[in-house]
Ligand binder design. Structure first.
Ligand code: G3P
Length: 238
């Protein structure tokens, strides 16, 4: 009987978590360059886009024009970061959600103000991505505040000689043990290896610069193998 109860509990945890909704190994592009997003989104392999103030500044464009263009491409999940006081972030988040609808994920920093905005918006069914996460404790608070996503910054942790992937693993494991629905969105990804290891360590999503996405296709042995196959095929035809 106790085995049966354990199994039922496990099943409930699985059902209550992410497995029934196919949240597996999603790829988001971390950029505000719409030309590039359009090129890679057309592959059918990209599930969403994350932006931040730095990326918007680099694009040199009005943020809402950028969001609109990404939405028009058909991207279903766009992280739009808000800044300022709690009230300013809340108002702006609400306004963005009303303007862009369900594709809008409001991105807030993991601060006291950011998490109170996260709670208020999440309670109203708005998706929130809590960014600038650097440890499991912050991820626990973000999950309790109803975050849809938490974004641990792998590369910036690595820069400080802290293993970013270990932080991803701790957060994923905590969420799994406690059946939390919040998804781990691994950010600040600067190599294919970090993306793959993020998924391996339990992240549901990796957001990556387009260059890293592009590199995911490549392997020297694929190129070499293709060269041999092409040559052999030519000989077959002769
Ligand atoms: O999504 C956050 C990410 O853009 C930060 O990346 O390379 O500036 O640390 P990076």
């Amino acid at each position: 009987m106790s085995t049966l109860l354990t199994l039922i509990k496990k099943y409930d945890i699985l059902r209550g978590s992410k497995t029934d909704l196919f949240f597996f190994m999603k790829i988001f592009l971390d950029t505000a360059e719409t030309d590039v997003i359009s090129k890679y989104f057309s592959t059918g392999l990209v599930d969403g886009v994350t932006t931040n103030p730095t990326l918007i500044r680099k694009s040199g464009r009005n943020p809402e024009d950028v969001y609109q263009e990404i939405k028009d491409m058909g991207v279903q999940d766009i992280s739009m970061e808000v800044v300022g006081s709690d009230l300013e972030m809340y108002d702006e988040g609400k306004r963005l959600y009303e303007k862009f609808g369900d594709v809008c994920t409001v991105k807030v920093p993991c601060t006291r103000e950011g998490l109170s905005v996260c709670k208020a918006l999440s309670d109203q069914g708005v998706k929130v991505n809590v960014t600038l996460i650097f440890c499991a404790a912050q991820a626990v608070l973000a999950a309790k505040a109803g975050a849809t996503y938490v974004s641990p910054f792998v590369g910036r942790l690595d820069d400080q000689s802290v293993a970013g992937l270990e932080v991803v693993r701790s957060i994923s494991e905590l969420y799994r043990i406690h059946g939390m629905r919040t998804q781990v969105l691994s950010a600040s990804i600067r190599s294919v290896q970090r993306a793959i290891r993020s998924w391996y360590n339990g992240a549901e999503i990796c957001t990556m610069p387009p260059k890293v996405f592009d590199q995911m296709y490549d392997h020297i042995l694929t190129d070499k193998g293709l060269e041999i196959f092409d040559n052999d095929w030519k000989q077959v035809q002769q």
